[in-house]
Design a protein around this ligand. Sequence first.
Ligand code: KIV
Ligand code: ZN
Length: 515
Amino acid sequence: MTAPDTIRIFDTTLRDGEQSPGCSMSPQQKVVMARALAELGVDIIETGFPASSESDREAARLIAREVRDPTLAVLSRCLPADIEASARALEGTARPRIHVFVSTSPLHREHKLRMSRQQVLDMAATSVAHARRLVDDVEFSTEDGTRTEDDFLDEVIAAAIANGATTINVPDTLGYATPEESRALFQRLIATVPGARDVIFSAHCHNDLGLAVANSLAAIEGGARQVECTINGIGERAGNCAVEELAMALKVRNAFYGVDTRLDTRRLVPTSQLLRRLTGMSVQRNKAIVGENAFAHESGIHQHGMLRHRGTYEIMNPSDVGWPDSKLVLGRHSGRAAVGHRLRALGYTLEDAQLDQVFAAFKALCERQRVVDDDDLEALMHGDVHGQGWRLASMTISDRGQRASAVIELSDPDGNKVSESALGDGPVDALFAALASATGVELSLESYQVHSVGIGRDARGEASVSVRHGEDIFDGSGTSRDIIEASALAWLDVANRILRGRAATAPAPQQAVHA
Ligand code: KIV
Ligand code: ZN
């Protein structure tokens, strides 16, 4: 029996999330994601909508075989064929749930369903009863519930409970509600609808006004004990309630909310990153909890505070959500204290005058690049501020006809010119092939992205490249008005980092060893 102060997390990344543009996943990818969700500790995984496609049916069947712990739910309209398809897709599932829904709002009844109140009511009652004959765990959802007349919403929910629904979900389908309305709605339903105290009430909030998490938290205050969420907040239009934000709000402000989830919050970041890799849907840098900047501090004042006491600028520990540690990003805004701290962490103990010198070189470097990482600091310490590696002298790309070609000229680490040309399936493919044969460095790309930085006449392309090299991932970036040139700079940046690493770990040549 679940304690009343435990919030059930119903994860709909694979259904509501997956049905949004740019987020589709193959059945095999869904299995990978479902395993990660089970590891994260979600209580219920909605694996798909079996009546909608063969791919959803296959995903539900595959996940049913692999994932045993969480309850597995599938979505059905209030139609006999949908409910039968759902039951078939759930065969063999350890804990199956059929989730039936129907629209209840006047707008949906009139324009989408073309049905009267009575017809919707009858459909809800018969469908819940049908599903309940097939499985013991039946969730019923009132689509567009928050825009439904109070008396009708009460009536439909009472009918669903009377016919055997075990969870009642009241979606804010359009993300229209406010937190005060959400709290009051759940309070009223739980207090007044016959049978309400025997079932679990659930919130399913969309993010059209950016209120999905706030509305879900308010629903919890109103008595909801299940929240429907997605990883990274993906979902229809502006998305659904983001599980990482909800879970950490409940954890960090536990004294206020007084309820817990069963999630292992240390799995939040790895699960978020897995979803990003599987769908290619990037996560906003400043996204709470899982965004790259969520625990990054660049300004001198913040870095100084963090070095004295992390509580000055952090309300949670990055390791509690699965980040390795807070990141003091060294860049234009960073102060001398942060540079000194990072150098100490890298093993350098500097006198004040030495630190002044390195800090001046650091500031000069910041005029040329946005972020200064550990490799750059090491280079600064050795008076080797870039320039000793491979550098781009010129490039000509042509993309006419069947294949693209790239002709490049580079300066090698000793300043000699090296020219190469290559063909490829596109300009970037040709460019990377030419760079690989000129430098002799083969890079196995993990990701390659181009973003625009700045606007109008100042806009520049920033290319980022991640490559796997042995056990390690190396990142490089390059910025230019021309995105192909930015890509070349990013490629060379990462190749130079790998070469510097090799040089640093290579055994000293024989002739350099003196007794
Ligand atoms: O947003 C919504 O109303 C839904 C239901 C189908 C649960 O996703
Ligand atoms: Zn939804």
